[in-house]
Design a protein around this ligand. Structure first.
Ligand code: FAD
Ligand code: FES
Ligand code: FES
Length: 313
């Protein structure tokens, strides 16, 4: 049975931004989040440097429902297509400051550590550190270094930025961004939830494995999209027109790791970051050294492990 919706049936992507649901009616299949933020949403705090996932100037944080709460990760908005954000929360550098102007502890720590000069890279660093701030109660030096791997700064140097990372939790909680299960529960409840997956011209996001199989059988010329850390660059750097996209990221059965005896079954939508957390003792030799934190958070295992290109970061 062909479960694809009829051609004229659209379901626009919807995501949460500062407590409001944004329906991205004007985004196409390959509009990047960075383009959407800086264009229709007028959020120019997020910067464009390389447009290929290498510099971190465009870093934002994306939250999604996970394990009964929310999981937040820093992502490169320059190579992330808007329709892949459906049902998620987007946090930009503008989201951090309170209405009365009080800086977030991450921002305040950057100020106090003199961690910014020209400032072009700063929003990206702030957002990478914000993801770390959400995840930890205190930060060791190596965790700070790991979190900002992939954020480039040409003028300040990294020492004060690492110092800011190690001091940010000491500045106390944020009334504007409380942490903990209550807040996660509130945010999770506010996420847009639609029964049907996104469907736009050139983009279809099935929700089940059967629906994916049917859609692929009906349109075998489709491009499977996983983390988009290759495909994103085909658009931003090679200016390619893509075939219709079938997105794997919303297929729940593919975002799972199952342990069966001595065998780990890693779904095709599982990120390298998640996969690497379940490797028992001897991960594939190429894995820990592969790519920057944010590329690992997005890139998936089936595409990543076999290719094993040495890290270029
Ligand atoms: C900053 C940065 C650093 C990087 N560093 C490295 C590095 O050090 N080493 C390295 O090897 N690569 C690196 N890459 C490249 C990229 O991250 C990897 O190739 C990654 O494995 C791509 O995974 P993805 O899920 O993002 O794939 P996508 O971009 O979504 O897809 C890539 C290709 O795989 C196909 N595909 C996706 N899922 C499936 C599936 N389940 N079945 C069949 N085909 C599928 C797609 O159709 C497409 O042709 C880097 C990229 C960036 C942006
Ligand atoms: S603009 Fe450089 S990583 Fe996105
Ligand atoms: S402060 Fe200028 S690039 Fe980092």
């Amino acid at each position: 049975m062909d479960t694809r919706p009829p051609q004229d049936s659209k379901r626009f992507p919807r995501f949460l931004l500062d407590g409001e649901v944004v329906e991205a009616r004007d985004a196409t299949a390959t509009t990047t989040l960075l383009q959407y933020l800086r264009g229709p949403l007028g959020r120019c705090g997020t910067k464009e440097g390389c447009a290929e996932g290498d510099c971190g100037a465009c870093t934002v944080v994306v939250g999604e429902a996970r394990d009964g709460g929310m999981r937040y990760r820093a992502v490169n908005s320059c190579i992330r297509f808007v329709p892949t954000l459906d049902g998620k929360e987007v946090v930009t550098v503008e989201s951090l400051r309170a209405a009365d102007g009080t800086l977030h502890p991450v921002q305040q720590a950057m100020v106090e550590a003199h961690a910014s000069q020209c400032g072009f890279c700063t929003p990206g660093f702030v957002m990478s550190l914000f993801a770390l701030w959400l995840e930890r109660d205190r930060v060791k030096r190596e965790e700070a270094v790991e979190a900002i791997t992939g954020n480039l700064c040409r003028c300040t140097g990294y020492r004060p930025i690492i110092e800011a990372a190690m001091r940010m939790h000491a500045l106390g909680p944020s009334a504007h961004w409380p942490r903990g299960p209550d807040n996660a529960g509130r945010r999770r409840a506010a996420l847009p939830a639609d029964a049907a997956g996104v469907s736009l011209p050139g983009f279809h996001a099935p929700r089940t494995l059967d629906a994916l199989a049917d859609a692929y059988a009906g349109a075998p010329e489709s491009l499977l999209l996983a983390g988009g850390t290759d495909v994103g660059l085909w658009v931003t750097k090679q200016l390619r027109d893509l075939p219709p996209i079938l997105y794997l990221g919303d297929v729940a059965e593919l975002d799972r790791i199952d342990e069966r005896g001595s065998v780990l079954e890693i779904g095709a939508a599982v990120s390298l970051t998640d996969a690497s957390r379940c490797w028992p003792s001897s991960p594939p030799a190429s894995a820990p050294r592969r790519c920057a934190t944010r590329a690992r958070c997005a890139a998936t295992s089936p595409t990543g492990l076999p290719s094993a290109i040495p890290c270029r970061c």
